[in-house]
Ligand binder design. Sequence first.
Ligand code: TRP
Length: 356
Amino acid sequence: MSAATLNPSQRASQQRSDGLEGAIDRDPAAFRMLSGDRPTGALHVGHYFGSLQNRVRLQDAGVELFVLIADYQAMTDRVVQRDLPDIVTGLMADYLAVGIDPDRAVIFAHSQVAPLNQLLLPFLSLVSVAEIARNPTVKDEVAAAGLATVSGLMFTYPVHQAADILFCHANLVPVGMDQLPHLEISRTVARRFNDRYSPGAPYFPEPAALLSSAPLLLGLDGQKMSKSRHNTIPLRATPDETARLLARAKTDSERSVTYEPIRRPEVASLLLLTALCQGTTPEAVAAQIGDRGAAALKATAIEAVNDRFAPIRARQNELAGDPGYLHGVLAAGNERATAIADDTMRAVRDLMHQRY
Ligand code: TRP
C-alpha cells in the first residue's frame, strides 16, 4: 500500500513498524512475537509469502516465536468440528515444513490453554460494547462469514485476541493493515489494565504491529485468496494439483502479458506469484513472456510454484506421515503456554486483589 492511501492512524502504525525492523536487527532477543492462524484447512501460498516466510525469517534472526492455533476463532468459519483434529495435524506439518523450529517456537492451541482463556474475563471489563461494535475488523469478519447473527464469541474476538497476545507478554505482532484495529484494542486493554491495576509499573507491554511488506496475492478467481473461497493453492498441493488449479486461474484476453496491477489484477497476481517463487520481479516475468499470452504465463507459474515448493512439500509429506511426532510438538507447546499463562493469571489475580 502506498503512503498516499493510508489514513493518519495507519501512517503512524507504518512508521512505528518501519522503526521496529531496525530495533529487531539490533536486539532480536528483546522481542517475543505472537502470530496466529485459524485452523480452517491447509495453509496456502498466500499465507507463505504474506506471513509464514516472515515468521521464519524473524525466528531465524533470534526473535522468540509463539504460534497460536486459534481454534476458538475457527468455530465461526463453518469448520466441521469433527474435522479439527486432522486440520490441526496438517497445520502442524505445514508449520514445521516451512521452517518453524519446534525446538525454539511455542506452538499451541486456544482450547488447550485454560488460563489464557480466563484472562479474557478481566480484559472484557476494560472495554465497552460500543468500542467493540465500532471495530471495523469485526464488521468485516462478520460480513465475510456471511452470518445473519453475531455470536457473543465472535463479537468479543478482539478482546480474546488481546488475551492471546498478552498472556505471554508478546510485544510484537505481525499483521496486515486489515488487522490493525484488532491490535489497537490489545494495546488499549494493556494500557487500561496497567493504569487501573499496576500504575507506575506497567505489567503488560503494549504490543507493536509489525506490518507485512508482502504484496497481496489474489486467489485463482481474482478475489481475495482465502481457504473458505476455495481459490487457493495449498502449500501441500502436488505438482499435478498445482497445474490443475493454476490452469483454471482467471486471466484476461489480451495477448501481451504486462504487469498492470490496477488494470489487469488477475494477470498481475500470477506474475507476482511467479516472481515471488523465482526471486525476481513481476515486470521481469512479464517481459520474459511477452506476447506468448496467458497460456505461457500459466505454464511458467506452474513450473515456478512447483520448483519453489518442492522441498517444503517433501518435508510436509514426511512430517504428515508421523502424526505422533506432530502431536508431541503441539503437546509440548500447549504445556509451555499453559505454564506461562498460569504465571500471568497468578500475577493478574495479585494485581486485582483477588488472592483469597
Ligand atoms: N485473527 C487472526 C486471523 O484471523 C488469528 C488470530 C487469533 C491472531 N488471535 C491472534 C493473530 C492474535 C494475531 C494475534 O488470522
